[in-house]
Design a binder for this molecule. Structure first.
Ligand SMILES: [Zn+2]
Length: 351
């Protein structure tokens, strides 16, 4: 039996919508609401929120013998206002693990307490070559040397405070989405690409009039980038958890932008061998283009659940994303392959 067809224009459209909603960890209400609205069209999905704000969809299947869960995270890297400087500019503190040079020169939005959005850009504090000469190249990209230049008339701390900006305001970097020849270039494909894959998998089964083999929970996590996203929110009767998150591409890696990857080991050690083997068999049986890889500097929400005491088999699949936690890129082929894999897993009979 062949897999139902993935609607790749739906997949691309909802991905773009998700990417355009700012959602640094801790500021995810908008993106979680968007995912919720996309799931609300399916009356059989029972939707709820965890108290920390993740979205959980309970999806009845043909059997309740061995409930399953899949998770993907909607939170992204970002920042928070750490200090308002005497020159009216902002010093930031990072949210999540990345290097300042990866967002240097990027546009950003500051979300004030009064729900205003103020635009600016992240720059080196000594940004002009005509003023600072070689320092523009030499200065270390660290918290003290980076600042936000606001697109507002301020050269003092007081004037910036008068805009409504305060310490603790969330800051989101522009995704800067561009699509060419099937390549999708954007920040935060990690992990909105996989949220879009999960939602597309639901639509694929729905359009084909199919339901999952087992009762399945879809968990849209909102604290993954700081390490504890799926630590809660996976019901304890779940027997297996498939984490859907980006694959790391680069020197020494097998992953690429045209395949989905099964990660068998990352910084947290090996994933569940039995579940990984079954996913591999499913990919083989369904001609899904995939790679097997190991990620040297990587942790996932599946491991967050394991560390929190979750007694389930955990595996990790996802599309190859180039330049992860930087200006990322993937290709539709990897997104479709990942979605096919999720669909094959949802339909698979084995407990
Ligand atoms: Zn991720």
């Amino acid at each position: 039996m062949s897999l139902p067809t993935i609607d790749d224009s739906y997949l691309q459209d909802i991905l773009i919508d998700l990417l355009n909603i700012p959602s640094p960890t801790g500021f995810t209400e908008g993106v979680i609401t968007q995912a919720e609205q996309l799931m609300m069209v399916y009356p059989y999905l029972n939707l709820s929120r965890t108290r920390k704000g993740a979205l959980v969809a309970e999806w009845p299947g043909r059997s309740e013998a061995a409930p399953r869960a899949l998770t993907a995270h909607a939170d992204t890297l970002g920042a928070m206002v750490k200090e308002i400087k005497s020159n009216g500019r902002l010093k930031l503190t990072k949210i999540g693990g990345y290097a300042w040079n990866t967002v240097e020169g990027e546009g950003c939005t500051i979300f004030t307490r009064n729900e205003e959005e103020i635009r600016g850009s992240l720059l080196l504090a000594k940004a002009s070559s005509h003023v600072h000469g070689a320092k523009v190249n030499d200065l270390k990209r660290e918290d003290d040397n980076m600042e936000v230049r606001l697109d507002a008339r301020t050269v003092s701390e007081d004037a910036t405070r008068a805009l409504g900006i305060e310490v603790g305001d969330f800051v989101a970097f522009d995704p800067r989405i561009e699509i060419n020849n099937g390549f999708i270039r954007s920040r935060h494909l990690d992990d909105k690409a996989c949220v879009a894959s999960l939602l597309s998998a639901v639509k694929t089964l729905h359009d084909a009039g199919m339901e999952p083999a087992q009762k399945t929970y879809l968990h849209i996590s909102n604290y993954e980038e700081v390490g504890h996203g799926a630590a809660v929110g996976i019901p304890s009767n779940v027997t297996e958890l498939v984490t859907v998150d980006m694959a790391a591409i680069g020197e020494g890696q097998t992953s690429d932008e045209f395949h989905a990857t099964l990660c068998v080991k990352d910084s947290g050690g090996p994933y569940h061998h039995g579940l990984s083997q079954r996913l591999r068999e499913l990919a083989d049986e369904n001609n899904i283009p995939y790679k097997i890889d190991i990620y040297p500097h990587y942790g996932s929400d599946g491991e967050a659940y394991w560390r929190a005491g979750g007694d389930v088999a955990v595996a990790l699949i996802g599309p190859g994303v180039d330049a992860s936690h930087n200006y990322e890129r993937t290709h539709m082929e990897a997104l479709v392959a990942t979605t096919q894999w999720v669909v094959a897993y949802l339909l698979s009979e084995y407990q």
